[in-house]
Structures are given as structure tokens and as C-alpha cells.
Design a protein around this ligand. Structure first.
Ligand SMILES: [Mg+2]
Length: 316
């Protein structure tokens, strides 16, 4: 075993006791912690892909919405989804945490969720930081590698727009949680356990997609990012959106934190081969066109509509 796969022994102190408890929850899901930095190898010919994402109590979640395991899982899954959006393979996860003193006795629960998401990404936890804070905050950095990363820019007029999975459950979950309503088990499960589409993204990259983004703000916003990056226009036919039961196409278009993929690809993309491989739908929902007066046109029952924007922390 290379030396960096073994944890360096930790010194004494309350913070290190917390870290020891997290290490206990992670077992062999953590590699090489306890040194000042993590040592990782990027395969020859591949580029390093890095992304960071913050999950803050009161802004991104409320403690009474989810179990601590789920909060830890979602924070890491959301970050891994950004690696998927680059068609990258995860190398490691770093987690920096501000922890209220009242939650310190339950830090293992958070760690278990973090470990579950790292295991799903088939990558170790390689570092982090723990500090006391007034609100729970998880800042997750993910490292990955890609030989042929796919970027937001690259969509070409004539390409189709394709989305994975079925949309709408996280939006429905948030409305219910904010309004005091009840979540169906299916909606709750999609909200609490989003799945970063890592293998699916690499399959799509191999199949020749031209641009890729993950749906974190909601399709209505993310499709505009894809159009802007590619300096092209896009038309989305909302009636084609694959939606979960009980959610309208417009609600699904605004639903954020989906962590599904939106790709531009030649219209010949082999949808059936994807669905056979992953048992997950991939649906053509629109077309890339040359730049026009409107960057993105949304059609609903043949009529132009404005679904509004998805989530934006700084919108007014
Ligand atoms: Mg993203």
C-alpha cells in the first residue's frame, strides 16, 4: 500500500477527536488524511478537473427537512454532479465543515452520508477541515480527471437537446417542505438522494455529445447557460419534458437541484442504447439553432411561454 493510503496519526485535542470519529464512520472510504495535503495521481494524458460547492443551513437546507446523513450525502452528491457535468471521473473528495456545537455529538451521522456519496462516486475522502460555526455549513471540493472533458460551450446548430431522468421531484419536495405539506415517498427519495450521473456522462461523452451541464438551478436556467456558453440559440419543447407524476412541465422546468444532465448532441444519439445500459430515460426535448433575437425559446402546446428562471441566490 503506498504511504499516502495510510492515515498519518492525529495529535490530541477536541477537533482531532471529532476527526477521529468521522474517520471511524468512513473506514476505508477515507485515504491519507492527517497530513497537511493530499497526494493524488492524475492518469497520464488526462486533465485535472476541480469543482467546489457550498451547502449552508438556512440557505440550501433546513435541519428539520432531512436527516443529517441525508444532508451529508446531498452536499457531496451535488459536488460530484459537477464532475459528471464535465464527463470527469472522480479522484477524491475534500470536505470543509462548520459545525454548531449542538450537532457535534452527531457528527458520525453527517460523516456516514458523506461516505455514502463518496462510495457512489467510487472515490475516497482525501481531506477537509472542521471548525465550529453558528450554522451547519458543508463546503465540498471534488477532484476528478478527464481525458476528453465536455464543457458547456460546444453546442452546434442542428444538435438535439437531451435530458436524463425525470424532472420535477426536487421542486415538488421544496414546495411541500416550505408550505408544510406532505412529501410522497418517491418525491422525498429523489430529493434526499440525488444520484450524480457520472457513468452516464462518460457514456454520453463517448457517444459524441457536444456540450454538457448538470441541472442544479433548474432546466429553465441551465438551458440558458448552455446557450450562452455555446453562443447559439435553443428551442425547448416543454411538452416533451420527462416529468415525475403529479408535476407539470412548467414546474419541472423550474425545479432545481435535479442533478440530471442536459446535453447537446447530434440528433442521431443512440437513445435506446443509453436506456438499455442505464435503465434511465434520456429524452430529446429540443433543438440547437443559430443565434437569433431570443437565446432560448420555450414552447408549451405550440405556444411560446416564459417558464421564468430557475434558482438564483442573487435574483431580486
Ligand atoms: Mg453544475
Amino acid at each position: 500500500m503506498p504511504v499516502e493510503e495510510v492515515h498519518t496519526a492525529l495529535g490530541p485535542g477536541g477537533e482531532f477527536d471529532l476527526i477521529r470519529r468521522m474517520l471511524g464512520a468512513w473506514g476505508d472510504r477515507a485515504h491519507g488524511l492527517g497530513d497537511d495535503g493530499a497526494l493524488l495521481d492524475v492518469p497520464p494524458g488526462s486533465r485535472l478537473v476541480v469543482s467546489t460547492d457550498m451547502s449552508l443551513e438556512g440557505t440550501h437546507f433546513q435541519l428539520d427537512w432531512l436527516a443529517l446523513e441525508e444532508i451529508g450525502y446531498r452536499a457531496v452528491a451535488a459536488s460530484l454532479s459537477d464532475l459528471a457535468a464535465m464527463a470527469a471521473t472522480p479522484l477524491g473528495v475534500l470536505i470543509a465543515m462548520a459545525l454548531p456545537a449542538t450537532l457535534a455529538p452527531r457528527v458520525e451521522a453527517l460523516a456516514i452520508g458523506v461516505g455514502e456519496a463518496a462510495a457512489l462516486g467510487r472515490c475516497p475522502i482525501v481531506g477537509g477541515d472542521t471548525t465550529r460555526g453558528d450554522r451547519l455549513c458543508l463546503a465540498v471540493t471534488v477532484l476528478g480527471h478527464a481525458r476528453t472533458p465536455v464543457r458547456r460551450a460546444g453546442a452546434r446548430p442542428g444538435d438535439g437537446l437531451f435530458v436524463t431522468g425525470r424532472l420535477g421531484a426536487p421542486g415538488a419536495a421544496l414546495s411541500a417542505l416550505r408550505g408544510g405539506g406532505v412529501l410522497s415517498p418517491a418525491v422525498r427519495s429523489r430529493f434526499a438522494h440525488p444520484v450524480p450521473r457520472l457513468d452516464e456522462a462518460r457514456w454520453l461523452a463517448d457517444a459524441g455529445i457536444t456540450a454538457l451541464i448538470d441541472l442544479s438551478d433548474g432546466l429553465a436556467s441551465d438551458v440558458r447557460h448552455l446557450a450562452a456558453a455555446g453562443e447559439v440559440a435553443m428551442t425547448v419543447e416543454l411538452d416533451r419534458l420527462p416529468v415525475v407524476e403529479g408535476v407539470s412541465a412548467l414546474e419541472a422546468a423550474r425545479s432545481g437541484e435535479e442533478y440530471e444532465l442536459l446535453a447537446a448532441a447530434p440528433a442521431s444519439l443512440d437513445v435506446r442504447a443509453f436506456e438499455e445500459r442505464f435503465h434511465l430515460p434520456v429524452t430529446r426535448i429540443g433543438t440547437v439553432t443559430a443565434t437569433g433575437s431570443v437565446p432560448v425559446t420555450f414552447l408549451h402546446r405550440g405556444v411560446r411561454v416564459d417558464p421564468g428562471m430557475g434558482h438564483d441566490h442573487f435574483s431580486r
